[in-house]
Ligand binder design. Structure first.
Ligand code: NAD
Length: 263
């Protein structure tokens, strides 16, 4: 299927590793030019160099923290300066800390709100005027399965990603007549660096091996295995493509069947 992404300019946030990186690689292989950001300059440069080497596409890497508004402005402006426009926006950030309500402070709630909710809002705010002007745009937020089935001990993620979903669902209708779509993609347990780190940490706490701990997650997944970042990125590329022109306001999970609800 020709996705029509050749020559499009895609901004992928938090893309030095994990899901963001996998999405960036998939879009590069479809011929899109990329604007990438992440906090750690060195990892970001390594990722960006690898993508250029493998795909030959043009990549602009801008070290930035998406929770800081002036950093978001710098990323968007640098992208527009280099490529003239942003056609596709993928919002993403590191996950907020785990924890139960009674153990989380007001400061942690505020920081998580900036990281998970405001970063998506601010990125959208800054790319939308250009998309409206050109009458074409794609916004895709990376959220979580927690949106459809809250995950235990992740009250920050469960709450704030619901906020992103409400924002996106409303925005989708507000910009629909401009040829802009707004959707959310919900990763299930996917084998990224973060998940490996999390498994190692939890395993140590429980005095078992990382493999034994991951087996507990896999038991809950109908496919009995973790997802691969490439499996996630394939749907992301489709949702931001020309071919997904009539899909907006949706939240679609890539979770091997983990969510048990009908919709
Ligand atoms: P990861 O830790 O492997 O990668 C996160 C990326 O975000 C890195 O490139 C990191 O440098 C960057 N980053 C983190 N905070 C940032 C910030 N403030 N500003 C800019 N860049 C930042 O994580 P991942 O597994 O790829 O997860 C991506 C998102 O998806 C997270 O929000 C995570 O909670 C969510 N998620 C992941 C899974 C999973 O199984 N992997 C499941 C559900 C939800």
């Amino acid at each position: 299927m020709e996705l029509g992404l050749k020559g499009k300019v895609a901004l992928v946030a938090a893309a030095s590793r994990g899901l963001g990186r996998a999405v960036a690689e998939e879009l590069a292989s479809e011929g899109a030019s990329l604007v990438l950001c992440a906090r750690d300059a060195q990892t970001l440069t390594e990722t960006s160099d690898a993508i250029v080497r493998n795909s030959g596409t043009a990549v602009l890497a801008v070290p930035a923290d998406v929770a800081v508004v002036s950093d978001v402005t710098r990323v968007v402006n640098s992208g527009i300066e280099r490529f003239g426009r942003i056609d596709v926006l993928i919002t993403n950030a590191g996950g907020p800390p785990a924890g139960k309500f009674e153990n989380l402070t007001r400061e942690q709630w505020e920081a998580a709100t900036r990281l998970t909710l405001y970063s998506a809002i601010e990125l959208a705010r800054q790319v939308l005027p250009g998309m409206k002007e050109r009458g074409w745009g794609r916004i895709l937020n990376i959220t979580s399965i927690a949106v459809k089935q809250p995950v235990e001990d992740l009250i920050l993620s469960n709450s704030l990603r619901a906020g992103v979903t409400g924002f996106a669902r409303t925005l989708a209708n507000e910009v629909a007549t401009y040829g802009i779509t707004v959707n959310n993609i919900l990763p299930g347990y996917t084998r990224t660096e973060r998940l490996e780190e999390l498994a190692a940490m939890m395993a140590e706490k429980q005095g078992i091996s990382s493999a034994e701990f991951k087996a507990k997650w896999e038991k809950e997944i109908p496919m009995k295995r973790l997802g691969e970042p490439r499996e996630f990125a394939a749907l992301a590329a489709f949702l931001v493509s020309e071919r997904a022109s009539y899909i907006t306001g949706t939240s679609i999970q890539v979770d091997g069947g983990w969510i048990r609800s009908l919709l």
